[in-house]
Design a protein around this ligand. Sequence first.
Ligand code: ADP
Ligand code: MG
Length: 331
Amino acid sequence: MPSKKEKDLRSLGEFGWIRRIAKDAPSHPQLETGIGDDASVLRPKAGQRWLVTTDTLVEDVHFRQATTNAEDLGWKALAVNLSDIAAMGGEPLAAFLSLSLPGGLSVAWLDSFYKGLYNGARTFNVAVAGGDTTRSPKSLVMTVTVVGQAETSRILRRDGARPGDSLWTCGDLGLSRAGLLALENGWRAPQTFLQAHRRPVPRITEGRRIARSKRSTAMLDVSDGLLGDLLHICTSSGVGALIEPARLSIPPELASFCRKHALDPVETILTGGEDYALLFTLRGAKPLAPWPKDLRPPVRIGFIVPEPGLHRLDPDGSVTPFGRIGFDHFG
Ligand code: ADP
Ligand code: MG
């Protein structure tokens, strides 16, 4: 707990603050110098490339202090970046955190934010290796940057999908959206939905396993909704895709939640967003084998076709274009 003198940042001061976060910052074997110098020093691994990704959260745009638990936010700010590294087939190494803070922000709030962030960093073996702290006149702004690495030949981009490839997902879809709706509307929902929204799990080990296969051709992580993100793969690769909604695995709890609130479960899964599941393509239709038991098993949901655009293929053989992305005319 902060002492009386340290209730807000003004009283703690910039250097007091940095000392405080440096004390238990998670480290990594490849981090030679972390918080406390002008720049951090990372040791590269032979034959690997750096992967660098960054994401910004702005108060009242991406979250509200009133409705967001600081610890969850710390976890999520890191997790979304780790998910981007996972989507390239990489392994994260070090996180950097730039904070623009209103002067009156309580140290207790920041401590909780760091608790969530450090917990995530320890869980996924990532160092918190530096950052920047500045004052902001009003809103909180946080930028997390993550450096990761991958063997050069195993990096998986968005542009490699080819007609005939099968299309797969790995991770929860639709639960985060359902969790958000529950929070916004005060609906009852299973803890797993709220958890999916507040503490998404980056599929790092799964991503590495997928990228290591000689059959994988393209991958990304689903942050803006499956269909919208699938369109990124299709556009980058110059192809289209057929999705078979009958193949989507709809968890029974999601099905009953959707029934209760007049939501379409397929639409929730395909357009929900903030899932941080992996979406990828494989040459051929066979599953990746062997697939470790402790990892989330991938689900085949369709395949890649030469004609651009996204279509659904129903069990009766009918093919229908999905409406404009935005999906007011879903199906
Ligand atoms: P400089 O003035 O040389 O830019 P700073 O005073 O900004 O250095 O930062 C001092 C040290 O503290 C650096 O190692 C920097 O990476 C680290 N640091 C500053 N702010 C944060 C933060 N919000 N989270 C993690 N590390 C930070
Ligand atoms: Mg600085």
